[in-house]
Design a protein around this ligand. Structure first.
Ligand SMILES: CC(=O)SCCNC(=O)CCNC(=O)[C@H](O)C(C)(C)COP(=O)(O)OP(=O)(O)OC[C@H]1O[C@@H](n2cnc3c(N)ncnc32)[C@H](O)[C@@H]1OP(=O)(O)O
Length: 172
């Protein structure tokens, strides 16, 4: 993938060798309680969900992941851009790529849980209420061990993680 090469970075699929650098990018945001902290094994298990932005000299300047929740529904998660590169279009490029991936997978709706409501609103996401899946789907989703799905369902045990975040949805 070379489409952003003229802007000084490329957006590509993550590799296992990127995981440590993704964690380094995300860690300050976890400390600020902006993103959810995850164990190392969870990052490795999710590596196929990740896209990363990388400069020609190999600096990893952004990451973002697409998690499938249900047949028509996915979540943009762990979107982060390094402090030195904020406001230069890297976040936009990552979201655009994740949305392209989502369409390829057959998804129709993308969820996100975020403090960055301005950024996501400008990308077509709208604030939503709690009930966006029918009860029979809810009954299946509640069986997931994924913490992000628990946050999507707004389960009581994860409410401390989601405090102050806005639930948003985009129709693709
Ligand atoms: C679902 C989740 O993962 S929620 C978590 C979201 N992530 C976080 O909260 C972590 C902390 N925040 C971040 O890492 C970043 O702020 C992100 C990921 C939200 C946005 O990343 P950025 O790379 O800064 O976004 P990007 O540069 O594309 O857009 C930001 C602004 O820069 C502007 N911009 C875009 N391209 C350029 C450019 N080439 N030059 C200058 N400015 C630009 C955009 O217009 C945008 O302005 P706006 O916010 O007024 O619309």
């Amino acid at each position: 993938m070379v489409e952003q090469a003229q802007q000084g970075y490329v957006v590509r699929r993550a590799r296992t060798s990127d995981v440590r650098r993704i964690q380094a990018l995300v860690e300050p945001l976890v400390q600020q309680r902006i993103l959810l902290g995850k164990d190392d094994v969870v990052f490795y298990e999710a590596v196929q969900e990740f896209r990363v932005a990388e400069t020609p000299d190999g600096e990893l300047i952004g990451c973002g992941a697409l998690h499938v929740i249900w047949e028509d529904l996915g979540e943009v998660r762990t979107l982060a851009v390094s402090a030195d590169h904020l406001g230069t279009g890297v976040g936009h490029a990552l979201v655009e790529r994740l949305e392209h991936d989502a369409i390829e997978l057959g998804l129709r709706r993308l969820f996100c849980l975020t403090f960055e409501t301005g950024f996501f609103t400008r990308h077509g996401y709208q604030e939503i209420g709690e009930e966006i899946v029918p009860p029979e789907v809810y009954a299946q989703l509640v069986r997931s061990s994924d913490e992000g799905v628990a946050e999507f369902l707004d389960l009581a045990r994860v409410k401390p993680n989601t405090l102050g975040n806005t639930r948003m949805l985009k129709l693709l």
